[in-house]
Design a binder for this molecule. Structure first.
Ligand SMILES: *Cc1c(COP(=O)(O)O)cnc(C)c1O
Length: 406
């Protein structure tokens, strides 16, 4: 008897192993910024040489911002951009703004046409494609007092700057990025705070941009102080990609400010395991150590991360850095980004591959945004096959059907 039980159990565990054997085979071959660190360090040296700068400069986010590359100058040597790519870059950059921090530039793998970092940061001729709209979400129609977006009853967004460490080529707000860096005038922010004051149902304020953390420490300190004087504001959230594109921004001074105003949450934006470097990891850990819960909002992008194994590895690595995968966004139909669009089936396949096969903590909500800002809408593979008055039929994560009384 025991022997048979033993056999049955070991069969069952064998089966469980088989459920993820495909991933186990592939996962070590998915590159990360940790294993790639030697190459990244070599690139960093080349960039420091080119900019005639020191390690100390490199660790200073003001230096990183001042020294963002904003044209093709230097890129042929540093990342092996071809003559054709250079002329295209300059042409596209005159239409959609281009900037990349020396740090994020160091993650690009020179000569690799398919580099996921390059695709996110270096302009492509495909951006001149006319498909899509500049404002498919009708942000304009949901704007209050210039810098707020309100689509939901109890929360809203305040945009405090248009500055970013790197302008993502798939940015949904590209129409707002403008020609030059602008932190919003304090008067406008005061006006937004007054609105929050006047509307008692607003319990969640999301500060974003541009990149919210590219506002100065003083401005953030002042803004958080003002919001904390409003008793109905329960939580404050930041949207920032600095842990990914400019990890030098996450300083002790910044977290000393943030932690005075808890509960403060931060959502960041990793799209690929190669963005996880020792620096990025450290930036997340500094934020976590300050008591800030971290979430990740990934955008599903053709040619960058539309692969179930890659996203599984990304999400599992994020958990080891205490970052909870929060959302996967289906790409929006923003003009100039059509080469990044994927099918809804692609996203569903990723979600299907997660449930049961990895920690529930590693499974974000997959979101599609309806047109004209109708709202974030979750999509899932179907697990409920039939819902009757007395019974319901489901399938489990392996596809096995089962019935329950309703
Ligand atoms: C995304 C978004 C939020 C936050 O949504 P959550 O689902 O609560 O994370 C709030 N306001 C606007 C306008 C948004 O677009």
């Amino acid at each position: 008897m025991t022997e048979i039980c033993g056999m049955i159990t070991s069969d069952r565990f064998e089966q469980l192993k088989n459920e993820i054997s495909d991933y186990e085979e592939i996962k070590a071959g998915i590159p990360t910024g940790i294993e790639d660190y030697e190459r990244i360090s070599y690139q960093k040296k080349k960039i420091l040489n080119y900019l005639n700068a020191t390690e100390k400069d490199y660790q200073d986010f003001h230096w990183q911002l001042r020294n963002r590359f904003t044209s093709s100058k230097g890129l042929p040597e540093l990342i092996q951009l071809s003559g054709k790519e250079v002329s295209l870059l300059d042409k596209v950059a005159s239409k959609y703004r281009f900037a990349i921090s020396p740090y994020y530039l160091s993650l690009i793998e020179p000569g690799n046409e398919n580099c996921a970092i390059k695709k996110q940061s270096i302009p492509s001729v495909d951006e001149l494609n006319d498909l899509g709209e500049l404002d498919p979400m009708d942000v304009k129609g949901h704007t209050i007092r210039d810098i707020m977006t309100r689509r939901y009853p109890d929360r809203l967004i305040i945009k405090i700057t248009n500055v970013c460490g790197m302008f993502c080529r798939f940015c949904q707000r590209r129409r707002l990025i403008g020609e030059c860096d602008k932190v919003v005038q304090k008067e406008k922010i005061k006006n937004a705070i007054d609105y929050v004051h006047e509307n008692e149902e607003i319990r969640d304020v999301l500060i974003t941009g541009g990149d919210a953390f590219l506002a100065s420490d003083d401005l953030l300190d002042w803004l958080l102080g003002e919001l904390r004087r409003i008793s109905h504001v329960e939580i404050i959230r930041f949207g920032t990609r600095t842990p990914v594109t400019l990890p030098q921004r996450i300083t002790k001074n910044l977290t000393d400010i943030l932690k005075k105003y808890h509960p403060v949450f931060v959502n960041t934006h990793f799209n690929h395991p190669r963005e996880i470097t020792p620096e990025a990891k450290q930036a997340c850990e500094i934020l976590s150590d300050a008591g800030i819960p971290l979430g990740n909002q990934m955008v599903l992008l053709n040619g960058v991360n539309n692969n179930k194994y890659l996203v599984r590895k990304l999400n599992q690595m994020l958990l080891t850095m205490r970052v909870k995968p929060y959302y996967i966004f289906h790409p929006k139909k923003v003009k100039g980004t059509s080469h990044f669009w994927v099918k809804i089936e692609d996203g569903l396949e990723i979600m299907e591959s997660f449930r049961g096969r990895t920690s529930g903590l590693a499974i974000p909500t997959y979101i599609i945004n309806g047109p004209k800002g109708i709202g974030k809408t979750p999509i899932l593979p179907n697990y409920l096959l039939y819902l009757g008055k007395d019974t319901a039929t489901f399938r489990n994560w392996q596809g096995k059907p089962f019935k329950v009384k309703n």
